[in-house]
Design a protein around this ligand. Structure first.
Ligand code: PLP
Length: 440
């Protein structure tokens, strides 16, 4: 079986446990609260637990970087560090502060995705018509060095208190077009079971809310958080979907697979959102191994994100071409559901924009020319005659048997609107287009 567990985790685990406290047992290790209590936040502990001594310059850099962006690593995640090849280790790179984080380039912003600007009430980002992002926690057990919300890590002002969460829930309750809420943070699973239970039950009481989604990295950095108690709470509020955040095949250990299995067994559809990171996973072979291991654990690769323009992430960014190359290496070469959608989350709040290799090479009025993943160039002959159903949104008189109760409310937007029969617009023009201003 090629799906194997990494081998050094046990060795490291033993060393780390002994050094934290020789009385610690395996059941302490598997206790998520014990893990959080023993998160590694300073350099001495980091070196002591791994039995290494870092060069002087790295120690100096550490102080400077952590004065701005603190470190936190769970003992479990630390145990995945490969000390034999430390500086190239993907676990180390995602968790250990780098002085490059202090370099801010001209194109970077503190809130590139305008999550704060698109926010009707604190904690909610309402960008898309039918779904919202709801930040319910600003706590994380491991501080990912590539975090897009670094501006909030350890920021006491952005802890969402119960009042703020109540206001968020009220906003969703009062906005009937929201059918999907995405709980994120921080990590929602760092909340207590009681608090999560409360948030989920409040949300489930909202009639128009169809699905509840949770974004969490605990299966990766704190798999012991996925307890039987937590799973039985989640199960009460179906349909609940979970997206997690594995970036490298090394992160799929027996503990993390166990956590994923519990969630999948509870009927929770699992997805994964990876970030394309230079020196971590910017390699078609690594990504292929990752998506295979995910699918084997019943996790569907959902998105591959181009690293966004948050401040201090320049050293993690790749050209967009690297992402396209990775997608090119997956489509056709492996199971269709192993291929994530590669997206750029557009600066300024434009949302996620998919980018793909091109498969449509050319077309005429009756034929399209395509190429496949092997480079074969082929044709598809279009129908000789096609009577499109004219659509004026009068669904009651339509020949197509479409059951759509709220059809009248449905208005096409964007490119979809340009394509619609009933719409007479010929172009979408930015509001302040100067050529158009001159005309009027
Ligand atoms: C990513 C995101 C969503 C969810 O987008 P999907 O494409 O449906 O996964 C919703 N709101 C905001 C603000 C987001 O960034």
């Amino acid at each position: 079986m090629s799906i194997e567990t990494i081998k050094y985790s046990k060795r490291n685990r033993k060393h780390i446990i002994e050094k934290i406290d020789s009385d610690v047992t395996a059941s302490h290790w598997r206790n998520w609260k014990w893990q959080i209590k023993h998160c590694i936040r300073d350099l001495d502990t980091f070196q002591k637990l791994l039995g290494i001594e870092l060069p002087e310059n790295i120690q100096e850099d550490f102080k400077k970087t952590t004065s701005k962006f603190p470190m936190s690593i769970t003992p479990y995640y630390l145990s995945l560090v490969d000390t034999d090849n430390l500086l190239n280790d993907p676990v180390f790179k995602q968790s250990f502060p780098s002085p490059s984080e202090l370099i801010v380039t001209r194109s970077e912003m503190s809130d590139p995705l305008h999550e704060d600007k698109d926010s009707p009430v604190p904690g909610i980002t309402h960008r898309y018509p039918d779904r919202v992002l709801f930040l319910v926690s600003n706590m994380c057990s491991m501080y990912c060095r590539h975090c897009t919300r670094k501006r909030q890590v350890g920021d006491i002002d952005s802890i969402p208190d119960k009042e703020q969460i109540k206001k968020g829930i009220e906003y969703i309750r009062n906005t009937p077009r929201i059918r999907d809420v995405l709980l994120s943070g921080g990590d929602p699973f760092l909340l207590s079971d009681e608090k999560l239970d409360w948030i989920l039950s409040e949300l489930r009481s909202i009639e128009h809310l169809e699905i509840i989604r949770i974004g969490t990295r605990t299966p990766v950095v704190l798999p012991f958080r996925i307890t039987d108690d937590l799973v039985s709470i989640l199960k009460k509020y179906h349909p609940v979907w979970i997206n997690t955040h594995f970036n490298h095949p090394r992160e799929l250990t027996s503990s993390s697979r166990n956590a994923l299995a519990k969630l999948a067994d509870a009927g929770i559809p699992l997805g994964n959102q990876s970030v394309l990171l230079a020196g971590v996973n910017d390699c078609p072979r690594i990504m292929r191994s990752l998506v295979h291991k995910l699918a084997y654990s019943r996790v569907r690769p959902y998105y591959l994100y181009q690293c966004d323009l948050s401040k201090g992430l320049a050293h993690f960014r790749t050209p967009v071409g690297k992402g396209i190359e990775i997608i090119e290496s997956l489509i056709g070469h492996t199971s269709g559901f192993c291929v994530p959608t590669y997206v750029i989350d557009a600066p300024g709040g434009g949302g996620k924009i998919p980018v793909m290799p091109h498969y449509l090479i050319s077309w005429s009025t009756n034929k399209v020319i395509l190429r496949n993943y092997e480079g074969v160039i082929t044709t598809y002959k279009e129908p000789d005659s096609y009577e499109p159903t004219f659509c004026d949104r009068d669904c009651d008189r339509c020949d197509l048997q479409l059951v759509l109760n709220d059809a009248a409310e449905y208005r096409a937007v964007g490119i979809e609107r340009l394509l619609a029969d009933y719409n007479e617009d010929v172009a979408l023009v930015p509001e302040n287009n100067s050529r158009h201003r001159r005309r009027s």
